[in-house]
Design a protein around this ligand. Structure first.
Ligand SMILES: Cc1cc2nc3c(=O)[nH]c(=O)nc-3n(C[C@H](O)[C@H](O)[C@H](O)COP(=O)(O)OP(=O)(O)OC[C@H]3O[C@@H](n4cnc5c(N)ncnc54)[C@H](O)[C@@H]3O)c2cc1C
Length: 309
């Protein structure tokens, strides 16, 4: 019987795995993409500074460490996690059903893509899904933010402190009444396009123009970068029905990264915790592993597998 199954090998999953390795737990990490989103990047047309992603070097080092222990990893997709008689059955697409005392879900969240002509081609080339990391690159430049979620609003607020001009394209203007929304709208360098929809992205290798439309009126905005923030879709299909997610599908955890199901933990972007950042996900992964380890230690059955000498 395994002590722990970690689903996902991004910042959160790898950090949990390194912890489990150190504690010599009998664990398995099941993942589709090693390192997850920690290596996703964006470059601008006239980029004059480095886009530094705190923690990504550590993720790569952790990945190297885990690669040296292939007995602890399998590459597969987990389709469901079911609690049964104080253990969990983890159903995989190609490796059947795996059993474990604890499970850590570290499957991340997927940004909702901008579904307009050419947007996909510009991802990483002037078009990105994370304002926070790139704000400093836009000092004195022009950026557009598309979206009306809280993260988009925060992005507008961050950019407004440094950029020359910020275009805020807000297809659904409902959020405009919050106090942060009202504060950022008063900034002289923020122009709001409430109710406009993006028609297409234009550029020469890098995104350079956003074409927007409202009730037949079309505008074309020249930009150095475009940030899309239409929301995050948590990868939590495997725990649907367990009652551990909020209305948006994110997993609710306590300060030990434990869910309401005993033995089930979660870490990283997939949880309701604040801040989708590599270094935060790593911290959460370590805490989830620590929480799961405590859970294993408290179980009498966990001593039955150990050699006595
Ligand atoms: C475009 C973009 C730019 C970003 N820029 C920065 C930045 O500059 N700085 C920063 O700190 N953060 C940045 N972030 C956020 C950062 O990438 C995340 O906070 C961090 O990577 C989350 O780590 P995670 O382990 O929670 O999830 P992820 O990195 O998403 O890893 C999820 C893991 O789960 C696996 N998985 C998913 N579903 C399944 C399944 N069903 N079965 C098996 N495996 C599964 C995946 O294959 C992957 O291994 C950015 C995010 C995006 C989208």
């Amino acid at each position: 019987m395994r002590d722990m199954i970690i689903v996902g090998a991004g910042a959160a999953g790898l950090s949990a795995a390194v912890y489990a390795l150190g504690k010599q737990l009998n664990f398995l990490m099941v993942y589709e993409e090693l390192c997850g989103k920690s290596d996703w990047g964006q470059e601008l047309a006239d980029q004059d500074a480095e886009a530094y992603r705190a923690g990504s070097e550590a993720v790569n080092l952790f990945a190297r460490r885990i690669r040296a222990h292939p007995e602890h990893t399998i590459s597969d997709r987990v389709t469901s996690v079911m609690p049964t008689n104080e253990t969990f059955q983890v159903v995989t697409r190609n490796h059947g059903v795996l059993e474990s005392r604890t499970v850590i879900i570290a499957t991340g969240a997927t940004p909702v893509a901008l579904d307009v002509p050419y947007a996909q081609e510009f991802v990483g080339h002037g078009l990105g899904y994370s304002v926070t990391t790139y704000t400093h690159l836009l000092a004195g430049k022009t950026a557009a933010v598309i979206g009306t979620r809280e993260r988009a609003l925060r992005g507008v607020g961050e950019l407004a402190r440094l950029a020359r001009q910020v275009y805020w394209i807000a297809p659904d203007p409902a959020i405009m009444t919050t106090s942060l929304a009202q504060t950022v709208q008063q900034r002289p360098n923020v122009e709001v396009f409430a109710g406009y929809r993006v028609q297409e992205i234009i550029g020469n290798f890098h995104a350079g123009e956003v074409v927007i439309n409202r009730n037949g009126e079309t505008r074309s905005l020249g930009v150095d970068a475009v940030f899309v923030d239409l929301g995050l879709q948590p990868n939590t299909q495997m725990v649907q029905g367990l009652g551990v997610t909020d209305a948006q599908g994110f997993i609710q955890v306590n300060d030990h990264n434990a869910t309401s199901v005993p033995g089930l933990f979660a870490a990283g972007d997939v949880t309701t915790s604040f801040g989708e950042q590599v270094i935060i996900a790593m911290g959460e992964g370590a805490r989830a592993a620590l929480g799961a380890y405590d859970y294993v230690l408290a179980e009498p059955a966990s001593y039955a597998d150990l050699p006595l000498d």
